[in-house]
Design a protein around this ligand. Structure first.
Ligand code: SF4
Ligand code: SF4
Length: 156
């Protein structure tokens, strides 16, 4: 399968040698493993602050490709979608998936072998069953009051 994320022309194993703050924009974008877990709606407990994941996908999420359907212009439709950067990464770690490459590197951990940067195959994240491909529900079909019926454990 062709890689929906551009990963050509990058420095070999740049994620091992280059701090997040010093990566080029293409390198930063290539860090995304394509799992789609950040595009699921989360619920946060007001008292404890605990965040849980649901299988209710953002309205722009494509369950087949496991990608944003309108990534370059997504803010026209979903203004609250976060543009992750080295500057704001720390403030978002609390809700980000445990296997997210940005979170792993920030925590000083290695990437998993199924990461497309390591496997060389964008399908490997799906084959490892750690992505949201073909296991979501669209948010426009489920009332927000019922989202808690669709809480899931992070696939990992
Ligand atoms: S959770 Fe992280 S690695 Fe997965 S799609 Fe979102 S940004 Fe990419
Ligand atoms: S707008 Fe796109 S990138 Fe942002 S959460 Fe929705 S599907 Fe994901």
């Amino acid at each position: 399968m062709s890689d929906p994320i551009e990963r050509s022309g990058l420095r070999p194993e740049f994620w091992k040698t280059t701090p997040l703050e010093r990566m080029t924009q293409p390198e930063w974008e290539a860090l995304c493993d394509g799992c789609g877990k950040c595009c699921m709606n989360k619920l946060e407990d007001e008292d404890s602050g605990e965040v849980v994941m649901t299988r209710i996908a953002c309205r722009l999420f494509d369950d087949t490709t496991c990608k944003c359907g309108q990534y370059p212009i997504r803010h026209q439709f979903v203004p609250e979608c976060i543009s992750l950067s080295p500057r704001n990464l720390d403030s978002h770690l609390y809700w980000m998936p445990e296997t997210c490459a940005y979170k792993l590197l920030r925590q000083g951990k290695p990437l998993y072998g199924w990461h497309p940067l390591i496997s060389g195959d964008p399908q490997s994240v799906h084959d490892a069953r750690v992505s949201m491909q073909s296991r979501t529900l669209p948010e426009f079909e489920i009332s927000e009051d019922d989202w808690e019926d669709h809480i899931i454990e992070e696939p990992r």
